[in-house]
Design a protein around this ligand. Sequence first.
Ligand SMILES: [Zn+2]
Length: 224
Amino acid sequence: MDELMDFKMYIDFHTHSDRISPNLINLQTIHVTSALQAEELPKICSLGLHPWFIQNSSWENLVDLAKLSNVVAIGECGLDRNIALPIEVQTSVFKKHIKLAEQLQKPLVIHCVRAFAELISLKKNTKSSIPWIIHGFHKKIEVFQELLKHDFYFSFGAAILSDRSPVINAIAIAPNSRFLLETDDRTDISIEQIYDRAAILRHVLLETLQEQLSETYNQLIGLY
Ligand SMILES: [Zn+2]
């Protein structure tokens, strides 16, 4: 068995921080510009063109770097209705990510704001075979169940810390094999805090949650 598995591991599935800790898998997500070089990449990372920064990005460089073995996922990428960039432009860039992820057989890490219907239809129409993980999911249970039905995965973050967030009902019932946890761009919270809170909301021991999420992570990423 992998030496790492002896630890009770924490997995931060989507973070912009470069934190290093012996019992942490820190999946750092990096926006790809033309200046980004392979030598700068951490031990494991996820690469994509974030819809907010598409103007300042390099598709060619992403294609080159995404082949590297330390790039374990594609993204974050996706659709955002709260920004000025037309959704048609965003969709065409997102579709390129879907194709790339499919070619490389690496999972897609998705940023989605007010575009879940489009996301579901894209998943259906592209007949994609790789996992699609919606990061920072914080919506109510009806949206969650609709996405679950279409085989999406979820990564829950800071929203679960709030008693007022509708997402606490979704994380309570999410199947073990369909979600992970993250800190995203929040430097004021830790992944340990998110795990503690998720364990409480799911009525499981922290150790049990850690084992379940390690297994899910290995299913999503470990294969590559
Ligand atoms: Zn992010």
